[in-house]
Design a protein around this ligand. Sequence first.
Ligand SMILES: [Zn+2]
Length: 194
Amino acid sequence: MATKLVIPIVDLKKPPKFEFPKQCVNCGKPPVDKIGMSFVTTQATGAKQKLLELWLPYCAACASRERKMFLFALGPFLAGFLLVGVAVFIPVWFFGPTGSFRQTRFFDVVLAAFCGLIAGLAGGFVAEFISKFLLAPFLGSSFARRPLLVVELLSDVSYALGVSGKFDRPKQTLALTFERDDLAREFAELNQQV
Ligand SMILES: [Zn+2]
């Protein structure tokens, strides 16, 4: 079973700090480690960007499993991103139109970077998708259930062992799904003031 808590975030410029029960969010053992999860609450870019941060407590075994899963997703994604991104960047840059005016002189580089970025994201997506099928038998069902990194990057959704979060900017709510019901209940009690 899992429990979903929907928490209103009243002030997006001052996101609240949450407290977690002193238990590993995945297995309930005493925690020794913390892994962060964050959501951008304001749309402004640069220095004004505000983050809603959650620090999830983990026991040593679950923390290392969580980090491994992240790396196993990130590795293939980066490899695919670079491989396809560079493969697209070079020919577009080489054959792309160059402006003869000062203002348009770098048009080919910009165009190539843009094409490379889009193609790289697609390449990373495919590489991670394939690797997921290959790695899932070794890493278990929680690895297979996790959405692809591109999905996490392009949306306000975040997954970790035991907890997943989704930030809804228009509605100003944070939805946290706990895989353990008792932890969800305790979390709700600890954070009543927010
Ligand atoms: Zn644990």
